[in-house]
Structures are given as C-alpha cells and as structure tokens.
Design a protein around this ligand. Structure first.
Ligand code: FES
Length: 269
C-alpha cells in the first residue's frame, strides 16, 4: 500500500454524472489487480471536509497510468469532478483482495449493473489479454446512462463479447440485467457480478439464474479507513464478520448474508 499524490492526466464526464479520471500513478498502477480499490482524498490536503477518503475501484491500468470511474454523488466526488489536468490527487492503494479465476475456467461471464462497470472493465481487460473467452454483460436504466461503447473498442478488437441490456429497452435487450444473466450463465464457467445491492439480492434470492456456476461479487461499502483499522465496513458472512476493505471487496456470492448488508448508497460523501 502506498500513499501518493498523482497528477491528473484527464478527467472527463463520459456519461451523465459519471467521470473517468486518468492519473499518472506508476506506484499503484504497476501493482494493482482487478477488484482492488484505492482511497481517494476528495479535498485539498489542508481542507477539512469531507474528512474521510472515498473508496474507488481500479477501473483500468495502462502502463503507469491508473483510471478511476466515479459517479458524482456528493461533496467529495463533486470536488473530484472539478479537478483539471495537472492537479494532484492524494490516493492510497492498492487495497483489498481481487477477483480470482479458477484454473479450469475458460469462459468468463462478467456482469455489470450501473456503476458496477467500474471494477468490471479492469477484469475484462485482464481476462481478454490472457486469452479467456470473455463476455461482458452491461445493464442500466436507459441508453443515455450506458457506459460508452468506445471505451471498450480495444478489448472488443481482441475478442471481448459485449452484451447490453436496458430496463426501458432503448439499447440492447429490454429488461433487467438479471434476466440476461440467466440466459448467458449456462455458457460460462465462472461468473463475476458488480452492481448495486438490489442486484445482488435479486441474484442471491434466485440462485438458479447463475446455473450453478461459481460466482464472485465486488461489494461496495462505506469505508472509514480502507485498510482494516476502523471496522466500519464489516458485513456478516458464512465465515463470520468480515471487513469489506480487507477480506473483500470480492466475495463468493454464497458467503455473504445479504439481508444483513446495509446499502452504501445511504450517506455517501
Ligand atoms: Fe476501516 Fe474497513 S474501512 S476497517
């Protein structure tokens, strides 16, 4: 884990309220793996609010560059959205565990609901570059909120299969991403899902839609410290209380006691 102040390369709104920030950060980019996250100080170092860092998933790495994808949901992320090229961002990471691919898996199904696309693209890049047959299923409310297809051009050019679903039918398949998941899961050896808590609850409540395939999820939780000190991120699991920041954020979907998990959307900074 390193704490660095990294210059912003670019910071663009690529979908409504969703920003893609590239940082020049070789110290973290060189060691980060898909599923991990960084804690971002969303204020000037001599400022006092918001006090806590904001956890953001590793969205992409490219050489010494690190990409973060974030939604503006409060004061901290609004401050982040206003940063310009050359501004320094204080980040801590990489943190947490990571997605794992079983030795006998060849076909991977990645499922992203809403901003769950943030960690999923890192895994898509990783898997496709290592020769896995990879399908990325992206779901959101409507076409105007869809992750831009152009961001995936390179991965698609080397074999990534992209399927999209929108609830209003304005792009791709019409309906919830979970319906498309049920159709695609039989062809996969392993499944990875990232999205809001209601999506996880829907999947865990109807485990048949996974076709019996091993499934990992990436949990989002409010975090105080990000490295196991404050116990502010604990969730109940089959293995007892676990810290999302240290034991996760990646868990087996069957291990989490979903009814005990608090939706982190409440109280975002
Ligand atoms: Fe402090 Fe996880 S955020 S222990």
């Amino acid at each position: 884990m390193k704490q660095v102040v990294s210059p912003v390369i670019s910071n663009d709104e690529i979908m409504p309220g969703g920003y893609l920030m590239w940082l020049d950060c070789p110290q973290i980019a060189s060691v980060a793996v898909p599923g991990q996250f960084v804690m971002v100080l969303c204020r000037r170092r001599d400022g006092d609010v918001p006090l806590l860092r904001r956890p953001l998933s590793v969205h992409r790495v490219n050489g010494g560059r690190l990409a973060l994808l974030y939604a503006v949901v409060g004061q901290g992320t609004q401050w982040l959205a206003e940063r310009k090229t050359g501004d320094g961002i204080d980040i801590l990471g990489p943190l947490g565990n990571n997605f794992t691919i079983n030795v006998d898996s060849k076909k991977l199904l990645l499922v992203a609901g809403g901003m769950g696309i943030a960690p999923t693209v890192a895994l898509a890049d990783y898997a496709i570059d290592r020769g896995y047959i990879t399908t990325l299923l992206i779901g959101c409310g409507s076409a105007s909120y869809m992750y831009p297809a152009g961001q995936l051009d390179r991965a698609v050019s080397v074999g990534l299969n992209v399927v999209v679903a929108t609830e209003d039918g304005s792009m791709g398949r019409k309906g919830m991403v979970t319906a498309a998941l049920a159709d695609l899961s039989p062809a996969a050896d392993q499944i990875y899902a990232c999205g809001p808590l209601p999506m996880y609850r829907a999947i865990s409540g109807d485990i048949d839609m996974l076709g019996g395939k091993p499934t990992q999820v990436c949990l989002e939780q409010m975090m105080g410290c990000g490295w196991g000190v404050c116990y502010g991120c604990t969730v109940e699991t089959e293995n007892g209380l676990q810290k999302v920041c240290q034991d996760g954020p990646v868990f087996d979907i069957k291990d989490v006691l979903w009814n005990s998990v608090v939706d982190p959307v409440v109280g975002r900074i």
